[in-house]
Design a protein around this ligand. Structure first.
Ligand code: OAD
Length: 249
């Protein structure tokens, strides 16, 4: 099973989506904040916005859907996750599940290699000069351009390691995601409007290679008519019962 997730899976954790009511792209212009041109023009403004998104995440925790995906019990189906989210909540849930498993709690068959963050991470930086990538959770000081975070390796200006509009996805990451989509029997699509490519076509690749699409979303999407099952509900409300009908007992 390939689980393809979007902003909607984190909505019940308090993370805003992009396109729905209250969505980020309703209040902000993506071209001012999430393009390479915007960063070249005003890196301070872009960092201020990403710093604020990071700060807002401090009060957000994985919800029941993230936990159910992370806590899959041993045995088939093998489950892999490709997320468009940059919020780190799948990784946080995986960490919690691994710690629970270590003390005899609900097991997890997953490891870090079964999670692809195809649009990058809010909590990683990339050097604009040497390309060095690192985890980065320190608060961002975006008071002036001189206070912006700098590369530990070469002193170059760091940028958030997220994919911006107009940029290509990391070819290794998206290549692996398409391999997973091709070999999946089911693509479980949770909380994405399925309008951003190439992410949305991961589900159609599963369909074209003989698998099925199962969708969880309160609203219909372009994938709904292709789905074998489309559940009109929320991620935290539906996913736990779908993946673990015994409720983790
Ligand atoms: P969107 O904001 O486009 O879509 C969110 C989807 O979640 C919508 O279809 C909602 O109906 C659904 N939804 C809302 N609440 C939900 C809930 N509680 N449970 C389940 N579903 C819920 O977000 P994405 O599809 O993730 O790109 O957007 C794709 C990409 O566009 C993002 O990764 C981002 C954005 O620009 C980058 O940052 C590169």
């Amino acid at each position: 099973m390939l689980v393809l997730t979007g902003a909607g899976i984190s909505a019940e954790s308090g993370v805003p989506t992009f396109r729905g009511s209250g969505g980020l792209w309703r209040s902000y212009r993506a071209e001012d904040l999430a393009t390479p041109e915007a960063f070249a023009r005003d890196p301070r403004l872009v960092w201020e916005w990403y710093g604020a998104r990071r700060d807002a995440m401090a009060s957000c925790e994985p919800n029941a859907a993230h936990h159910a995906i992370a806590r899959r019990r041993p045995g088939p189906p093998a489950l892999r996750i490709a997320t468009q989210n940059v919020d780190g909540l799948h990784a946080a849930a995986a960490g919690i599940a691994a710690r629970e498993a270590a003390v005899g709690g609900p097991g997890t068959t997953e490891d870090a290699t079964s999670l692809l963050e195809i649009h990058g991470s809010l909590f990683r930086t990339r050097c604009t000069a040497c390309g060095d990538r690192r985890d980065h959770r320190d608060p961002i000081d975006a008071a002036t351009e001189a206070s912006l975070p700098r590369c530990l390796a070469c002193g170059g200006l760091l940028r958030p390691d997220v994919v911006w509009f107009g940029e290509a996805l990391d070819p290794d990451v998206i290549g692996t995601a398409f391999e997973w989509a091709e070999t999946a029997d089911v693509c479980l699509v949770v909380g994405t409007s399925a309008v951003v490519q190439p992410a949305a076509s991961l589900a159609t690749v599963t369909l074209e290679t003989g698998g099925a699409i199962i969708e969880v979303n309160p609203e219909p999407t372009p994938l709904t008519r292709m789905a074998s099952v489309s559940i009109r509900g929320t991620a935290a409300g539906c996913v736990p019962a779908m993946l673990d009908p015994d409720g983790g007992r």
